[in-house]
Design a protein around this ligand. Sequence first.
Ligand SMILES: [Zn+2]
Length: 212
Amino acid sequence: MAKTGTIVIDPGHGGQVEVGDSSANNAISASGVLEKNITLRMAFLVREQLLSIAAAEGHQLIILLTRESDVNLGLAARAKVAKTNKANLFLSIHCNASIGHNARGTETLISPVTDGNTNHLADKAFAQLIQNAVFNTIKSHDVNARDRGVKDQSLGVLKDKHLGTTTRACLVELEFIDVKAVDILLNIGPNSPQVRTNIANAIARTLVESLE
Ligand SMILES: [Zn+2]
């Protein structure tokens, strides 16, 4: 069945300075690749896969990225792209890191009810599908993948007051890029372009399926 909808993809971070609680960069991979560049590249790949699926299956999609270059914008401004465009879905893409550089796994975050999230259940269902898509893809390439699940977390980019109450929204932390094995898997290994494409395809397929 052909679907219609507006999807906003938010590549985390960007630029050189903090803007409205959005830091220029957070995680850095074991070989020095910056999270802000990984998130932008993944957003481009997801859009490419969405356009390809839409063309093949006749879906009418409006796909918006909150940024398309190495610039930063505030967390509220990112969310407002969804509100302004009455988006059905909002997906923020990030990567993780840990103090001991030894944590692994994929997790997806949603705005808690205590943060004024009026469509928490819908967000949770959407987030679980995104979580499954990313985790299962990474698992298919790496036995050390770990499913950290869907979690409530208060984040400016996910607040309904900025997003609008009808947009389903979540933030996926793809993996912990400060781990060498993850860096090889996602960024610098010979198979990393294929892994990235597979993750983007799984996300894009989930986004299309999540449209009503
Ligand atoms: Zn981040």
